[in-house]
Design a protein around this ligand. Sequence first.
Ligand SMILES: *Cc1c(COP(=O)(O)O)cnc(C)c1O
Length: 404
Amino acid sequence: MSSSVIDFVATEQRFGAHNYEPIGVVLSRGEGVWVWDTEGNRYLDCLSAYSAVSQGHCHPKILAAMIEQAHRLTLTSRAFHNDQLAPFYEEIAALTGSHKVLPMNSGAEAVESAIKSVRKWGYEVKGVPDGQAEIIVCANNFHGRTLGIVGFSTDPDTRTHFGPFAPGFRVIPFGDAAALEAAITPNTVAFLVEPIQGEAGVILPPAGYFTEVRELCTANNVMLVLDEIQTGLGRTGKLLAEQHEGIEADVTLLGKALSGGFYPVSAVLSNNDVLGTLRPGQHGSTFGGNPLACAVARAALRVLTEEGMIENAARQGARFLEGLKDIRANTIREVRGRGLMLAVELHPEAGRARRYCEALQGMGILAKDTHEQTIRIAPPLVITSDQVDWALERLASTLTQDFS
Ligand SMILES: *Cc1c(COP(=O)(O)O)cnc(C)c1O
């Protein structure tokens, strides 16, 4: 590392809370699938800011929409109407087939908003006794970092010494419909689940799981809340990951790519009266639904569909997965994924995934390890076949090295 890179890293270390452990690269520019560091080295971004830059870095049309809107009006608060919110509602509702929309900022805020809304629905519509609402969640979930959310995490790092936590959550194994059936009580208001567990290491449920989940939720009047903050908006090769399962959630959470990485924008979408229970003064956010966020999100959604990014994710994801499966390396335990949400799980004897990510950095690829043994691969959805092949060559040569 050059002295300037060391300065940036040392300054971060000195002044910043050490709540991250970044790979040792300092980025200063991005375009499409590529990012450049402060020394001018180019890398293929295989993380996409955890799927927030699905549309590619600095997409020119989203950039133009942001600049144009920033010149006109950025923030009104919801005390007044603005001329971007209504078209944003219309466009996202039409695209996703939703009836109601609640705009927020971060993903965690969308999750918190959904929890509040389904509880309220439980008391006011389902008739659950006040204070008794239960929400079922899955082991190894990741739904964000707020206090409410980390309270039902099963990851010790996420929870330890952050309590006391809010009650009202029950944890069941992911992918086990019988466990869901057994956990439902008359006070259950919702089942909150990721279609594919991203942070847990790109864990796909068994085939047919979500069909059973949908039936159980419907039969018991339990709201199915799908956290599509990472899987949504084309990442898995469909607009929403639920479409692979042939089901519809009652409540869908979006974030990350909803702004193409320009700005924090999230949303709760519902196709029933869950959001209808919220009355003026009962929930809100100063920045939620602001005109800059709405203009950026509208452009981010438009380019996703107009430029065929969802179809491209399906096509290139299949190519990438096939290519990974063809790599003959005894470091690899399993490759898995759907669309461009992919993971390579290493054998425990192969050494930590972090070593491989550092080696990949040396070959011009930025990827991120998760849970010691897994390398996650999630490039922007604009990746081309040639770029997939370029990445596969480098992955093959890195994965055949032995870092144990
Ligand atoms: C990233 C993520 C969140 C949290 O989003 P933030 O914007 O970081 O608060 C929630 N759920 C899932 C599935 C995520 O991947």
